[in-house]
Ligand binder design. Structure first.
Ligand code: GTP
Ligand code: MG
Length: 422
């Protein structure tokens, strides 16, 4: 059973829809939904008395064995609801933590999830044993059990300290890895976005990373880094990251800081937006909010409106126009990817080098190359060619300089040849 409180009128409720998708991703089968329309939860019981009765009746009829609330419940609310309903009650945060616990693959991911779970659990230990924890398929109870209150509290605190230390080591290790990457002079690009937007599909489409893709929320937890060569020959490192969500539990953001530093340290972000999702604007806002929490709001960011195969072209353009500067793509059908890579190369900060050169009229194709890969600042049509000033990715700039040398030596040879024959 899903329960929520909303101040809005009934109708399509994206928040409850998302809760249903989260429940599905955690392996639960949703049998019913109950929404109470009021502006504030009741402090003691979350729902009003009448609604609690109704929920109890409905849960019985539908055979529910778990109630999931669309808000963070206080320990008191959770306990009172469980007592009144005689059912296990968890909140959205516990649900998200549960999904993360299922998905964590690497040692690092597991440690981070466990830290988030422990931090969530500590103020909620009630010493009521495990009577209800077997209900609801165990959702929300993975991780530590609830036994012997004080001993448990002490143990949990010790475990939290221990986990923090281990994660601290990982953080250092990651920092070293990043330093090595930077010394290899590979700029880094991080794919960020709402969960299920298509980040992993995009990474797979651009590389052959074989990252796990699924139509469930939070398919990816651990960052995958892959090398991609941009159309101008510049290699970059592309990182897939954990998806964001509205009201992302703060315990998770804190615990995943080591992983999320991949975002903080990236040179460029590609913000993947599921343009076909009815709630894409809110999803974008949620992502921007988390980016701001990570101090990454000012990074050069390219919006990539994805899943445009599922919408008319005009609509995709309208989404992009509203979202900001960026590109439209379909990661699944590999559409628009070359364009995305070109835009990435234009955003690489240290990759851009200023070049001044004269392009002979016979080589005008080089000029269009400059437009494609970089920014042309000036072009003057002179007698011997086009004088161009442009900012180009380093690789491109070097290639062009080499070309320009060949042009000028050819010119010298030609002039020389002419004087001989004259
Ligand atoms: N139609 C369509 N579906 C897509 C496209 N890109 C991704 N998808 C689908 O969207 C779902 C989610 O894709 P993922 O790549 O796992 O999304 P993600 O952003 O990595 O999600 P998390 O790891 O959960 O944060 C999958 O079912 C993909 O097949 C696209 O361009 N078009
Ligand atoms: Mg993913």
């Amino acid at each position: 059973m899903l329960v929520g409180i909303h101040g809005v009128e009934p109708g399509r409720d994206p928040e409850i829809e998302e809760l249903a998708r989260l429940a599905d991703s955690a392996g639960a089968v949703v049998v019913g939904t109950l929404v109470q329309h009021r502006t504030k939860p009741v402090p003691a019981t979350f729902l009003g008395r009448g609604k609690v009765e109704e929920l109890k009746r409905l849960s019985g009829q539908l055979g529910a064995d778990l109630v999931i609330a669309d808000h963070e419940l206080t320990p008191v609310q959770q306990r009172n609801l469980e007592d009144a309903l005689e059912l296990k009650v968890i909140d959205r945060t516990a649900l998200v933590l549960d999904i993360f616990a299922r998905r964590a693959q690497t040692h690092e991911g597991r440690l981070q999830v466990e830290l988030a779970q422990m931090t969530y659990l500590l103020p909620r230990l009630t010493g009521r044993g495990t009577a209800l924890s077997r209900l609801g398929g165990g959702i929300g109870t993975r991780g530590p059990g609830e036994t012997k209150l004080e001993v448990d509290r002490r143990r949990i605190r010790r475990r939290i300290t221990d986990l923090r230390a281990q994660i601290g080591e990982i953080r250092q290790h990651r920092a070293l890895q990043r330093k090595a990457r930077r010394e290899a002079q590979f700029p880094t690009v991080a794919l960020v976005g709402y969960t299920n937007a298509g980040k992993s599909t995009l990474l797979n489409a651009l590389t052959d990373a074989g990252v796990f893709v699924e139509d469930k929320l939070f398919a990816t937890l651990d960052p995958t880094v892959r090398k991609v060569t941009l159309p101008n020959g510049q290699p970059v490192l592309l990182t897939d990251t954990v998806g964001f969500i509205t009201r992302l539990p703060t315990q998770l953001v804190a615990a995943f800081r080591a992983t999320l530093e991949e975002v903080t340290e990236a040179d460029v972000l590609v913000h993947v937006v599921d343009g076909s999702h009815p709630d894409w604007q809110n999803q974008m806002r949620a992502v921007s909010k988390v980016l701001a929490e990570l101090d990454a709001a000012d990074k050069p960011t390219i919006i990539a409106v994805n899943k445009t195969d599922q919408m008319p072209t005009a609509e995709a353009r309208a989404v992009l126009a509203e979202a900001g500067e960026g590109v439209v793509i379909s990661a699944l059908h590999k559409v628009g990817l070359l364009n995305l890579l070109r835009v990435i190369s234009k955003h690489l900060p240290e990759g851009l080098v200023k070049v001044r050169l004269t392009v002979p009229y016979a080589q005008a194709g080089a000029l269009s190359q400059m437009f494609t890969h970089g920014r042309v600042l000036r072009q003057d049509y002179a007698e011997d060619g086009i004088r161009v000033e442009a900012e180009l990715p380093r690789v491109q700039a070097e290639q062009l300089r080499a070309l320009a040398q060949r042009w000028s030596s050819r010119k010298r040879r030609n002039q020389h040849g002419r004087t001989e024959t004259d």
